[in-house]
Design a protein around this ligand. Structure first.
Ligand SMILES: [Zn+2]
Length: 412
């Protein structure tokens, strides 16, 4: 084995590039005004695919401690995400007969956006959230939360206290785990013999198919297909028994798992169907992974062409949103204040700050009404319907929306 990067799951050498987005700052490192003239760290966004287990992954350039201990993302700021969480809680409570005797544990529970619905039903819940500022918000809302990273050690501590989970939930966390094997081992440890795990994560097929290269950032270490994720969990004695395709985050999978020793129920046909679909799409061969880089370059060219055309007509453009993915997009495409006058975000934590790398200022959404930009570039395109509804008043002055992904498109 060489001295280069190794697969975080199977330890094979990583020799094949999935996509190389160059150098980029950490996408959640929003800057204060007095930090603008300082040196800013940039790290490679070079994504590999493992030839042996087909896990698409980024090297760990930055430790999770430095990223996640004070994280700016508060889940509760999106209405549609809250709705998604609420519907999930209804579904899973009914399907698995959860009640006041059950215990639900959520890993990366954020501000309690999801667990609050279990607590409201009287179902005991425990959140595990490494970002202390966010865990504090959850605790203040009455949701028991441990400010810790999850892995085998935390799982064993909880197991020693008898705090096993009937339902173990992990939404949009698997991608953010550098020590993937330790994390999945911890899930195995904490799960009751008849317990259920559900995990949600963006689906690699959607990423490739819809050019979602902006969902690649340093905080996302891995990018999963059903094929790759099944193999990882199987290695740790957990079996996928059902899977759903969701529309969230541009297209996600929700997988349902139980102990491999637990043969009490059937494996839903949907698992076999999706596995076959991924195989037909080519995910078991390297070619499909190699084709992605060219698509990304084309997407960049299309977006820049649209923006240049608009600017040459003397029109103004503002951004909507300051999500992590927006920072990958803007930095990779080289879009700064030469194109976007500013962006806005509902999250007060981000207002008054500047985007990393591009230094585009972030304001409260009221700024749109005040300055009446001709175009609004929607950075969190996964919420585009919600945003276009909310901001429909820009039509009053002839304002139009630009959706950058999968290909730049102007909408009214
Ligand atoms: Zn591998």
């Amino acid at each position: 084995m060489g001295a280069g990067p190794k697969c975080r799951f199977c330890r094979s050498d990583l020799e094949h590039t999935f996509v190389d987005l160059g150098m980029s700052p950490l996408c959640e490192s929003y800057l204060k005004a007095d930090e603008l003239n300082r040196m800013e760290p940039f790290y490679p966004l070079h994504v590999y695919v493992c030839e042996d287990c087909l896990l698409v992954q980024l090297e760990e350039y930055v430790s999770p401690e430095s990223i996640f201990t004070e994280y700016a993302y508060f889940s509760s700021y999106s209405d549609s995400w809250l709705q998604h969480a609420k519907e999930y809680v209804e579904m899973v409570t009914q399907r698995f007969g959860l009640n006041t005797q059950s215990r639900v544990v959520e890993v990366a529970s954020n501000d309690g956006y999801l667990l609050q619905y279990f607590v409201a039903k009287g179902i005991p819940a425990l959140g595990i959230e490494p970002a202390e500022n966010i865990a504090k918000v959850a605790i203040e809302k009455g949701i028991p939360t441990l400010a810790k990273f999850f892995g085998e050690r935390t799982a064993s501590e909880l197991a020693r206290e008898g705090k096993y989970a009937d339902l173990l939930v992990g939404n949009n966390v698997l991608a953010q785990v550098p020590g993937l094997n330790d994390f999945v081992k911890g899930m195995k440890t904490l799960l009751k013999p008849q317990g259920i795990i559900t995990m949600e994560f963006p689906h690699l097929v959607r990423l490739i198919e819809e050019n979602q290269f902006d969902t690649i950032y340093h905080e996302h270490f891995s990018y999963f297909s059903l094929i790759s994720v099944e193999r990882i969990f199987a290695e740790h004695g957990l079996t996928v028994f059902d899977v759903e395709e969701l529309k969230t985050h541009g297209g996600s999978l929700r997988i349902f798992l139980r102990h491999t020793e637990d043969t009490s129920g059937p494996i839903d046909q949907r698992v076999q169907h999706l596995r076959a679909k991924e195989e037909a799409y080519g995910l078991k061969k390297l070619e499909i992974y190699f084709s992605f880089s060219e698509k990304v370059k084309e997407t960049k060219q299309r977006l820049l062409n649209s923006l240049i055309e608009i600017k040459q007509k003397g029109k103004s453009i503002a951004g909507y949103g300051a999500p992590g993915k927006g920072n990958t997009l803007l930095n990779y495409c080289g879009i700064g204040t030469d194109f976007l006058d500013y962006t806005v975000d509902l999250n007060p934590y981000k207002q008054g700050k500047f985007l990393p790398g591009t230094h585009i200022p972030i304001f409260h959404p009221d700024r749109i009404q005040e300055t009446r930009p001709d175009y609004l570039l929607i950075l969190p395109w996964n919420f585009k319907e919600e945003i276009m509804n909310q901001m429909s008043y820009i039509a009053e002055w002839g304002g139009r929306f630009i959706v950058p992904i999968p290909v730049a498109k102007v909408c009214t």
